[in-house]
Design a protein around this ligand. Structure first.
Ligand code: AMP
Length: 114
């Protein structure tokens, strides 16, 4: 059996985290090292390491992450403006190889991102 990802260990409550949302397909936690006043990670329960390794059957799941992100933004009161980011690949800043969506809000977010 392959080793669990960090986010699977968080999902299984082996590592503590600040959960803000959960449903049958995904969960969301506050980032431990926030890059903005609001920084939430939306994570599928199914571990997919990176975008290009999604199965065709995962398309709906990844859409679900965006839907859940919108719901969380409303619940947390930052729906007016937030950035949605997926770092895909180490060179793009990915450090946890379990696909996840960052929601960032609460400060000016410049474009293009660094
Ligand atoms: P990425 O670099 O895009 O793969 O994002 C991984 C994110 O996970 C980073 O923003 C980290 O700060 C965050 N992170 C790492 N460990 C934890 C943890 N134990 N609890 C919450 N967030 C974490």
């Amino acid at each position: 059996m392959s080793e669990k990802t960090l986010f699977e260990r968080i999902m299984d409550r082996e590592i503590p985290a600040d959960f803000v949302y959960e449903d049958d397909r995904c969960f969301a936690i506050r980032d431990i090292n926030p890059a903005a006043p609001q920084h939430i990670l939306v994570i599928p329960r199914k571990p997919i390491d990176r975008i290009q390794n999604m199965a065709e059957a995962d398309r709906e799941l990844v859409g679900h992450l965006l839907w859940a992100g919108g719901k969380i933004a409303k619940e947390q009161g930052f729906e007016d403006a937030y950035r949605v980011v997926i770092n895909n690949g180490a060179g793009a800043g990915q450090s946890v190889f379990h696909l996840h969506v960052h929601l960032l809000s609460g400060r000016d977010l410049s474009w293009p991102p660094g």
